[in-house]
Design a protein around this ligand. Structure first.
Ligand SMILES: [Fe+2]
Ligand SMILES: [Fe+2]
Length: 158
């Protein structure tokens, strides 16, 4: 028997996985080296995670009147994507680890707050209001189309 899983537990597990990779990146930074691999892996999974939220989960919540919280999350996704782009650019430009760490720290504190709000408010609402099995089926194997941008970067606010 596999563990029963809900949309909330699936997405929360992704937060933890991403955080683990970011932790590896930070560990290397603290030791004075830039190890782009765990960062790239985290950024890739986070991009897809935001896609699942914005294209599959949020529309279902919004259709049930949960619009304020998703608008805040969408705005924060835009900021998260900005940070990821800035960090990638700094790495490409060969910036020193302490400069990269300044931006990375800002990203992580935003993510910490963002994930806490999702885990405490949005995901429980989703698990309560929505059909998890159906949503999990739709999320399985769903991938952002090439060049997909989060709503904020498309100029959509909610
Ligand atoms: Fe999110
Ligand atoms: Fe999330």
């Amino acid at each position: 028997m596999t563990e029963p899983v809900t949309v909330g537990t699936l997405l929360e597990g992704e937060h933890q996985w991403i955080d683990g990779r970011f932790g590896q990146f930070l560990q290397a930074l603290n030791a004075g080296s830039v190890n782009a691999e765990p960062l790239d892996e985290a950024a890739h999974v986070l991009h897809r995670h935001i896609f699942l939220e914005e294209e599959i989960l949020f529309p279902e919540l919004e259709a049930r009147g949960v619009v304020g919280p998703t608008a805040v999350m969408v705005q924060e996704h835009g900021q998260i994507c900005d940070f990821l782009e800035r960090i990638a650019m700094l790495i490409r430009d060969g910036a020193p680890p302490d400069r990269i760490q300044q931006v990375f720290d800002a990203l992580r504190s935003l993510l910490e707050e963002h994930n806490a709000k999702e885990e405490q408010v949005l995901y429980p609402a989703a698990d309560h209001l929505l059909n998890s099995a159906e949503l999990l089926r739709r999320m399985q194997g769903a991938d952002p189309p090439h060049g997909w941008l989060c709503r904020a970067h498309r100029g959509e606010t909610g």
